[in-house]
Ligand binder design. Structure first.
Ligand SMILES: Cc1cc2nc3c(=O)[nH]c(=O)nc-3n(C[C@H](O)[C@H](O)[C@H](O)COP(=O)(O)OP(=O)(O)OC[C@H]3O[C@@H](n4cnc5c(N)ncnc54)[C@H](O)[C@@H]3O)c2cc1C
Ligand SMILES: NC(=O)c1ccc[n+]([C@@H]2O[C@H](COP(=O)([O-])OP(=O)(O)OC[C@H]3O[C@@H](n4cnc5c(N)ncnc54)[C@H](O)[C@@H]3O)[C@@H](O)[C@H]2O)c1
Length: 467
């Protein structure tokens, strides 16, 4: 029986464990904080749960336009301790569910910090030590396959170290007892944009410090523009600049920018990226290659430079998404256990920014298209959609990319409330090589936002030259 040790129990680790167990391997997961990983306990699940509450505030605020009375923002508010309790309760419950599933499938779950302890490089067998809370080795596991799935932690900007009271990272926010009087979010990547949008929705004055020309530099620029416009129209403040440091004052915090300007607030939320968790794993000693960024280098079937050692998830820096982490983990196990496996296809990954409105993307994107590429683009503003008009939704659009010659759909962007749900037909088309005609001939519900997707297909459909 193949013996597998997985270090890290987040989506990469637990999904890999489920696959390996179903294929008859002997599987041990070593996890230092809790099954479900940062994804479930501190990052993805908690932030989306918080955003669910904040989003209700937006619905209330916007309902006046639909003729609803008594919905003035002054009369509603967020009960932060109740929201925090809900966030933490849900995370703990989900972690327990995943743990129970692993145990039911015969996976051994060991608490502790895992580290490789191969004494000689290149052996077919590997060793993993489990270190307990006081630093003692509680067990040494011998195995045929190791999966490194240790995730990533918040990057700390020197001079802006979180004090976890006023200078926060995104894992601290569920411990504060009162809503910030004025939140300064530093960093406008996906994490910064989501929290800035969420707190603004919840009624907190927010300043977003963005070191780039546009927030969300990795996203479609039209989508980022919509987001900036909505953020500012709702009272959010954008401050272009790079933070050099953050210091506490008597009343709150001062964010110092590199050009000498300052931004004051009651709290600062640091969202300046992540660092992979590779410290103390003995990777270099065992010959596992790391990129200059510190991420573990893997190929498309999650192999590292050492036979029998795989890596998956945020520690690899390949698209930091729970869905990608999980797929990399599964692929690693299919490969290690001799199953037929398709190498990961990153162009088919769909991703969503949970702001208001949401931004969902899949496939090729405009900014990465080479000059003169054989790609046609159509963009339909949400404001032209009948259902959107009924719900008074004005901000957003559907964008579709297709090959000119064949009509095959190769990418799309949806900016709308619920874009995370609306992207699926485009993702399916991209994954399965469906054409704009396939989309155009699909019945969408009338009236529905998804009608804009089939309409985009029709706009790109060409007359049949053979008709
Ligand atoms: C604020 C925020 C919101 C996000 N929202 C989304 C979202 O909506 N959708 C989405 O797809 N992605 C989201 N992400 C990204 C997503 O959380 C990550 O891509 C995902 O957690 C990666 O999973 P993972 O298994 O690689 O790592 P993790 O979930 O980080 O799990 C790794 C685990 O390994 C443990 N570990 C580390 N070192 C050791 C060791 N030596 N021994 C034992 N255990 C160890 C850690 O404690 C952790 O529990 C978000 C990220 C952030 C920061
Ligand atoms: N909805 C989701 O799926 C979701 C949500 C959150 C995060 N994530 C993923 O997690 C990963 C990390 O995201 P992130 O947003 O935490 O990190 P990031 O690295 O994507 O963004 C950090 C931002 O901070 C900026 N920055 C860095 N130093 C700065 C400074 N001194 N002053 C001002 N700005 C500064 C950078 O320019 C960058 O735009 C990403 O891959 C992201 O996709 C996904």
């Amino acid at each position: 029986m193949t013996r597998i040790v997985i270090i890290g129990g987040g989506p990469a680790g637990y999904e890999a464990a489920l696959v390996a167990a179903s294929l008859g391997a002997e599987v041990t997961v070593v996890e230092r904080d809790g099954v479900g990983g940062a994804s479930v306990l501190t990052d993805c699940v908690p932030s989306k749960t918080f955003i669910a509450s904040a989003g209700v505030m937006t619905n209330v605020r916007d309902s006046t336009a639909l003729g609803v009375q008594g919905s003035e923002l002054a009369t509603v508010g967020i009960d932060l301790p109740a929201v925090n309790q809900r966030v933490k309760g849900l995370a703990v419950a989900q972690s327990a569910d995943i743990r129970a599933r692993l145990v039911a499938e015969g996976v051994r779950v060991l608490p502790g910090q895992g580290r490789l302890s191969d004494e000689v490089r290149g052996l077919a067998e590997h060793r993993v030590q489990v270190v307990d809370a006081v630093g003692a080795v509680s067990e040494t596991l011998e195995c045929d396959v190791v999966l490194i799935a240790t995730g990533a932690d918040p990057r700390v900007l020197p001079g802006a170290e979180p004090d976890h009271e006023r200078i926060l990272d995104w894992r601290d926010v569920y411990d504060i007892q009162e809503m910030p009087e004025h939140l300064v979010v530093v960093g406008s990547g996906v994490t910064g944009a989501e929290f800035a949008s969420g707190y603004l929705e919840a009624g907190v004055p927010v300043t977003l410090v963005s070191s780039r020309d546009r927030v969300l530099p990795g996203e479609d620029s039209d989508a980022a523009e919509v987001l900036e416009d909505v953020f500012q129209s709702r009272g959010g403040r954008l401050e272009r600049g790079r933070a050099a440091g953050v210091r506490r004052t008597e009343k709150g915090v001062v964010v110092e920018l590199t050009d000498g300007r300052t931004v004051e607030g009651s709290h600062a939320l640091m969202t300046v990226g992540t660092v992979p968790n590779t410290d103390g794993l003995n990777l270099e000693r065992c010959g596992v290659e790391l990129a200059p960024s510190g991420h573990v280098v893997v190929d498309r079937v999650s192999r590292t430079s050492v036979p029998g050692i795989y890596a998956a998830g945020d520690v690899t820096g390949v698209f930091q998404l729970a869905s990608v982490a999980a797929m990399q983990g599964r692929i690693a196990m299919w490969h290690a256990l001799g199953e037929a496996v398709t190498p990961i296809r990153l162009k088919t990954v769909s991703a969503n920014v949970f702001t208001h409105p949401e931004i969902a993307t899949v496939g090729v994107q405009e900014k990465t298209l080479p000059e003169g590429a054989d790609i046609e683009v159509v963009r339909l503003p949400l404001a032209t959609n009948a259902r959107a008009k009924m719900a008074d939704l004005r901000d957003g659009f559907v964008k579709l990319f297709a090959r000119q010659a064949t009509g095959v759909v190769v990418g799309g962007v949806v900016v709308a409330p619920g874009a995370s749900e609306l992207i699926l037909p485009i993702a399916l088309a991209v994954t399965k090589g469906l054409t704009v005609t396939d989309l155009a001939q699909t019945f969408a519900i009338y009236p529905s936002l998804s009608g804009s997707i089939t309409e985009a297909g029709r706009r790109l459909m060409r007359a049949d030259a053979l008709a």
